[in-house]
Design a protein around this ligand. Structure first.
Ligand code: HEM
Length: 400
């Protein structure tokens, strides 16, 4: 027999949103402690904080749990069998394979050099100020250079970077808000029209590149592998957005961890521990269209499912003393599926995982060459969309 997730006690939807907006990660952790792995926050919205259920939901994405965040429940093209989904999945297979090959080796050498130049600049001043904007510029530029190839002119990358930034600026008020309008109202709002225009500008710039891809880059490689222009542009839009703030947030948390703890463990373990405590994508979203069950839980039709890697990564069964930063815990670690999800899971796990982990490991190696101290007054986590550090300042001494 299956049961519906419990309803969060006696709070109106407005009260719930207010409590959530005051301290989103704290809200999620309290809900996990109070109600267990699955809780219905309000009718139609379920929060998953248990790794086992999260793994099952992610595994069944594209079939039973869809990528839709659209509360209007319009017909979706994110379901198995739809042409748009099939072409997306085939483009992502091609991108995954390209990003695990030779392309990344040269890229990492360039990335290490750029990051060292940035650190040298900071060392000259003696401190970073807020490091996030510079890290955002670096991660955006890094992915665009990978796309266009090392020979492409700097100006071409800068032009595309401006369009990516424009689209994210336009999307920001929409994704940061905890209130979602029904689609027929949403599409009439000025903010949605602005986002649509920004997306069209980026789409057409990427189409122009895909029509005549510069040699030696990811786009030329994917075009050469037969990925059609339409799906290629779609996945490039998604990847250019995904490779801007999220990897920069991860790099900023890594800088913070190295400056605060001076960890001596393997760089890869340091990265795993940073992403455990500070997963930039700290909430994942899925939706049911029909009624679904997972283990003992029943998810009614048209449920918005929020999955919290942030809470899942604090499960004491797998991570004793979970709030402590302890990279050594990763030595010989064997975790059950769903216990660690910084890059998601199931068929829609992050396409950039290999690239992102390699960049972060490189970043640990570069950061360690400097004398770093956390001199921030207080560092808090901004969680209105991606989890990134606010208030971080690091004092930077010259390379030893
Ligand atoms: C530390 C850095 C990164 C983290 C923590 C991260 C995390 C994630 C997560 C959790 C998802 C799954 C979202 C979901 O299930 O709803 C995702 C998806 C995705 N990521 Fe990343 N990501 C990172 C870097 C990158 C980079 C560098 C790229 C560039 C290729 C990238 C491209 C993508 C794309 C295209 C998707 C969508 C996949 C799909 O829907 O099929 N990510 N990322």
């Amino acid at each position: 027999m299956t049961v519906a997730p419990p309803v969060q006690a006696k709070l109106s939807r407005a009260d719930l949103l207010e409590e959530y907006d005051q301290d989103r990660p704290g809200f999620v952790l309290r809900a996990a402690r109070r109600y267990g792995p699955v809780v219905e926050l309000s009718p139609g919205t379920v929060l998953v904080t248990g790794g086992e259920v999260a793994h099952d939901v992610l595994r069944r994405t594209n079939r039973d749990f869809l990528m839709d965040r659209d509360r209007a429940w319009r017909p979706t093209d994110s379901r198995r069998g739809e042409d748009a989904l099939e072409s997306w999945m085939s483009a992502r297979r091609a991108m995954l394979s390209a990003l695990s090959g030779d392309l990344v080796g040269e890229h990492l050498r360039w990335y290490a050099g750029e990051l060292a130049t940035l650190m040298d600049d900071w060392a000259r001043i003696g401190r970073t100020g807020d490091p996030l904007p510079a890290l955002v510029r670096l991660s955006t530029d890094a992915f665009l250079r990978l796309c266009l190839g090392p020979a492409a002119a700097r100006r071409e990358r800068d032009d595309l970077a401006a369009l990516v930034a424009g689209l994210l600026d336009a999307l920001n008020p929409i994704v940061r808000s905890s209130v979602e309008l029904p689609w027929f109202l949403d599409r009439l709002t000025a903010r949605r029209r602005r986002a649509t225009r920004a997306q069209q500008r980026l789409d057409s710039a990427l189409h122009a590149v895909v029509d005549r891809p510069p040699p030696g880059g990811l786009i030329a490689m994917l075009s050469g592998a037969g990925v059609p222009a339409g799906p290629l542009v779609r996945i490039l839009v998604s990847a250019t957005i995904a490779s801007r703030l999220v990897p920069a947030a991860a790099a900023a948390w890594t800088l913070h961890a190295v400056a605060t703890h001076r960890p001596q463990e393997e760089p890869g373990q340091v990265v795993d521990e940073v992403l455990r405590l500070r997963p930039p994508t700290w909430l994942l979203h899925r939706a049911t269209h029909g009624e679904e069950t997972s283990g003992e839980w029943r998810f009614p039709a048209r449920t918005a499912v929020m999955i919290s890697p942030y809470a899942i990564h604090r499960d004491e069964r797998h991570f004793p003393e979970p709030e402590l930063f302890r990279p050594g815990r990763w030595t010989g670690a064997r975790l059950p599926a769903g216990a660690y999800l910084p890059f998601g899971g199931g068929p829609r796990w992050c396409v950039g995982t290999h690239l992102a982990k390699a960049q972060l490991t490189t970043a640990v190696e570069v950061f360690r060459r400097y004398r770093l101290d956390d001199v921030s007054r207080s560092v808090t986590a901004d969680t209105s969309s991606t989890m990134y550090p606010r208030g971080l300042t690091v004092s930077v001494g010259r390379a030893r």
